[in-house]
Design a protein around this ligand. Structure first.
Ligand SMILES: [Zn+2]
Length: 274
């Protein structure tokens, strides 16, 4: 969209990073997958790094995604960014162009008829701390580890977890799924009531995340973060703010109490439905 600059690219970038951390996908920005100039009007902010499209993909996004994008639009406004989302406020051209029903456009400028909010860090932080309304998160199924799985970072993670729970000795995390590791896996399976196969499936990984709650540290947190879809950089083994947000989203997806604690009920539902 065109118009006069109202705020900085840096604030937009900070906002986009925060949105990504909350599970919202960002497109059409130089630092988020690049810009396809043919999608926008020639004077658009997009190629200049002053706009991005937050998109859940499907036109007529489902209700829970709308709720998440309306939240994201409010966050944008709290930073003085301009936000166009037809489910939130009717954009004058949205109906004819059919372009702002399926995604939220955010930019650094004033646009026609949209002199939006003012920069207010306190209001922004408050919004960021509330879980994304309606947003739910499917768990990721982690790699299955068979005896033939070799030199794999996931094997090492599993071994470090086994060390953490006292089933392997320190120094035994060699990244190879050998007989000692398989025996330890069988011990673990016995402990949590799974079939003793020595093979680590998504079920063993789900169990390994059991008991994690905000403030925890360790390899079980690392595993929980992987299940919650954190990228390699985000998997730091410390259950911080983003862990708190995403674990609630997972619990909403499971239909259990969203308290961020991966307790017995959460884990058993995860094994059943995940
Ligand atoms: Zn746009």
């Amino acid at each position: 969209m065109t118009g006069n600059r109202k705020t900085s690219n840096a604030i937009l970038e900070r906002y986009l990073d925060d949105m990504v951390a909350h599970g919202i996908r960002v497109f059409e920005h130089p630092k988020h997958g690049g810009v396809n100039a043919s999608l926008h009007i020639p004077t658009s902010w997009h190629p200049r790094g002053g706009a991005a499209d937050l998109n859940f993909g499907a036109p007529g996004a489902p209700k829970e995604e709308r709720a998440a994008l309306i939240w994201a639009a409010k966050c944008a406004n709290a930073l003085g960014l301009n936000a166009i989302y037809s489910y939130w406020r009717q954009h004058p051209t949205a109906k004819t162009r059919n372009s702002h029903w399926d995604h939220l456009h955010v930019d650094v400028g004033y646009t026609l008829g949209f002199p939006e909010g003012k920069l207010d860090w306190d209001a922004y932080r408050k919004l960021l701390e509330t879980p994304v309304p309606g947003f739910t998160r499917k768990p990721k199924r982690l790699r299955t580890l068979r005896p033939s799985t070799k030199f794999n970072g996931w094997v090492r993670l599993w071994q470090n977890f086994l060390i953490e729970v006292g089933l392997l000795e320190k120094g035994q995390a060699d990244g190879k799924n050998g007989p000692i590791t398989q025996a330890a896996t069988k011990e673990y399976q016995k402990r949590v009531g799974l079939k003793q196969t020595g093979i680590v499936t998504h079920k063993e990984w789900f169990h390994a995340a059991g008991g994690v709650e905000p403030g925890d540290e360790g390899y079980k947190v690392h595993i929980a973060q992987a299940i919650l879809g954190f990228g390699p950089k985000g998997r730091d083994g410390i259950a911080g703010k983003n862990y708190g947000i995403r674990s609630k989203e997972l619990q909403r997806w499971l239909g259990v109490k969203d308290d961020s604690k991966l307790g017995r009920v959460t884990i058993s539902n995860l094994v059943k439905k995940g």
